[in-house]
Write a protein of this length. Sequence first.
Length: 160
Amino acid sequence: MIEFKKYTKGSASTFKSEIIKKLEFSSLPKQKNREEDFVKSLSTLLKKSQTIVYILKYHDNIIGLIALSTNSMGNGYPCLQIDYIFINASYLAQILPYLDNEKPSRYLIEFATNIALDIKKLAGLKYLALKPDNDKLHHFYTKDLGFHSLKKTEWLFVKL
């Protein structure tokens, strides 16, 4: 069964003590260190109520996570910001039948899009936005997921 588990300020210590230990990081040392640093920083952001983390599970196995916050891109328009997406190494780039035959990254972005559309019904929100970590991810988000570049910035966005 697919499940999303939400972590907020009140569950930041659980996230740090239990969840981080269950994640499967890259086997490449440099990438592994970078992923660990990003995930550990989420614990700090959770404690400060600066992000909310959703863990995607399938039968108690962690597939990945997505961290979300609100922001305004360089143009002042409000957005739901994807702070970080992490996919456990064993699920990376796999198309999974129990995720509607999608890759976990796409499934998490669709989840974030649905949250953004729900927020848009209640308050002003114009975009789903993120800053990709590298050129390979930039290409993936723009070519495969339909994100657009915000001129003269690192931001990518999808209009809601």
